[in-house]
Design a protein around this ligand. Sequence first.
Ligand code: PLP
Length: 448
Amino acid sequence: DFEDTGSGDEAVDLARRHLIQPWPTAGAIGAEARGLIGEGDGIYITDGKGRRLIDGPAGMWCINVGHRREELARAMYDQAMQLSYNTPWYTMNEPSAMLAQRLAAHAPGDLSHVFYTTGGSTAVETALRFMQFYNNARGQPEKKLILSRGGAYHGSTYLSASLNGRPRDRDWMDGADGLVVKLTAPNPFRRPAGMSVEAFCDFLVDEFRDAVRGIGAEKIGAFIAEPVQASGGVIVPPENYLKRVRELCRANDLLFISDEVVTAFGRLGHVFASGDVFGIEPDMITFAKGVTSGYFPLGGLMVSERLLEDLRRSNHPDAMFAHGLTYSSHPVGCAVALKNLDLLEGGILDHARKIAPYFQARLKTLEELPLVGEVRGMGLMACVECVADRESNDPLQLDRQVGSRIDAHCHELGLLVRPLINMCVMSPPLIITKDEIDDMVTILREGI
Ligand code: PLP
């Protein structure tokens, strides 16, 4: 039908004939052309009809320094003209080494080394394979299970996707289920009725402790968590939850993997949030997205010196971490990441920290609307959760399209929203001003 009718726009018609986009449904696979975006500038994008929209989700939580940054375009051009690629197997390049040093300086604790990947899923996959290798080399091949949580999103490769906690991400897909144990989502809004947030935190920590005791620490390799769950609906965990679970990991010799694919590079006001915001020192941190502000597909894994030291001293010094990507340490990606870091350190991190309270306070006013059950968030990430009624906080299960309907209405009014079933996620470019936040909230209010 799509091919016969034609949309009047060549790119849309070509997409319908030849492009498969992420998360398609079986009935529309290969013919589902979504809103065409033609241009970006600062916090704005322009759609195929020439309408200017505020980029509410900053692309996919990634355009941190904003669209159309000439400095970043120039950094990519200059690097491509100097050295567009080199094999990372037996050569190296300058930008990847310089970036690794600067990331290590920002990372908490003794996270001193970086393994570069092509994005977030490959960063998480690398962390999990590293954990497997670490325990094999240490002579503990039984220690491989991974603890993850409801509501989590960690990626779309086989093992990273197996960690995902939202049922709809997994309903029609297979996964490495035998390797993963899921714990309760640390979502205070959905805590049992009558339970205080403090008691809910105790419940989560007890559940963690019981799971480790029940399974046996000798069978569990790692716990992975986003400091603030992003795609799960901007879930800010109860205070001290991460610190307490981090201690349990240390006590039981489980690696704590902090998935900072969204929360790093200024989204919470700092280069990394684990240490500077939550006061924890993970064993590994995964990152992607904001590291290049989305201008180039790059991600990575930071690993603590302690783990490397354990490997150097293990009984198997010949054991090989047989893991590498053609585009690991990509010079163009690392060059643009260096320039992006210059921009963040040169004022954008400060701005993000200063503007965040205003962003959160203005969005919070939407709780006046009867459809809104809660507005929550941290830094420059927030979620407006709609409910059928505010007594029961029924998440409007019957109307699974409510987020998309709000998005469609906001689109007409000049704002792109990230709809998540009954939720709307807002995570604009970090350069957003007070006036632009006012515009964003006015449109979102109207849209809801
Ligand atoms: N981890 C988290 C917390 C994410 O939000 C995402 C993507 O949204 C990923 C991992 C996967 O990253 P990518 O899509 O770059 O593979």
